[in-house]
Design a protein around this ligand. Structure first.
Ligand code: SF4
Length: 252
């Protein structure tokens, strides 16, 4: 069995890599990071800091990237990779996501096919107990997905606690700077970093008229990113009731 850890550099996959490094779980044969080349700055910074540490503890870290044409957001045939939101006079919709397969799954599998020596593959995925809906079987016979955090009954918070206990950095969620699945809070984090925000604005502008007669947007409000209000309710001047009404019983 060829054991592969899918290393996205988010909290969960980094926890698995670090647990393997420190001997709390067995080591995978390889930890593969499929770099979309559009990851948030904090993900690249985290990877740069912690890759040498993992390698020092015997984890083999490999980075794979999609081939040049597929790396583009709009491919040369006009295909849109992102699950962008569409708006047209006939109604709103969303484009089918292709980026995860083209930028992550496919380059990872291409690398694995070359290196697995025909062994079956056990793919370790960093899905925690609070995300069980994301568990599924691989769609190819030679790969069996495995979920070590689920086996250890660990939630995302447990992972963060484990990293904290071992004095390791707790990474922010890993995703492309312009991911249409960002929550409001994630957009706010992107907006704080000039490089990441500029990239997201650039992509949002670039895709707008890529699929006429629809307009395409990165944000579900179907507004240009620069016009979206990412403020919290407090920042918009609405009062938070918790502080006044909660006496330490609710929401703790
Ligand atoms: S993070 Fe978002 S944009 Fe990037 S590959 Fe995944 S789904 Fe696509």
């Amino acid at each position: 069995m060829y054991k592969v850890l899918s290393l996205g550099w988010g909290v969960q996959s980094f926890t698995l890599a670090a647990m393997a490094a420190l001997g709390e779980i067995e080591k995978p044969d390889v930890a593969i990071h499929a770099d979309t080349t559009h990851e948030a700055s904090w993900t690249y910074a985290h990877a740069k800091k912690w890759t040498p540490w993992l390698e020092e503890y015997g984890i083999v870290v490999v980075v794979v990237v999609a081939n040049h044409e597929k790396k583009n957001i709009i491919d040369k045939w006009g295909g849109m990779q992102l699950p962008a939101y569409t708006a047209s006079k006939n109604g709103d919709g969303q484009i089918r996501r292709q980026c995860t397969y083209e930028w992550k799954i496919k380059p990872m599998r291409q690398w694995i096919q070359v290196h697995r020596n025909n062994k079956p593959v056990e793919m370790w995925l960093g899905i925690s107990t609070d995300e069980t809906l994301r568990m599924k079987n691989a769609d190819v016979k030679y790969i069996t997905n495995r979920y070590p955090l689920i086996e250890m009954h660990m939630s995302r918070l447990d992972c963060a606690k484990w990293l904290h206990k071992h004095q390791l950095d707790i990474p922010k969620k890993s995703a492309c700077t312009f991911c249409p699945y960002h929550t409001t809070n994630e957009w706010r984090q992107v907006k704080q970093l000039q490089h990441d925000w500029s990239e997201a604005i650039g992509v949002d502008t670039m895709i707008r008229h890529a699929r006429p007669p629809q307009d395409l947007f990165l944000h579900p409000s179907r507004k240009p990113l620069e016009e979206v209000d990412f403020r919290t309710l407090e920042e918009m001047g609405q009062m938070r009731l918790w502080d006044e009404e909660c006496s330490g019983i609710c929401g703790v």
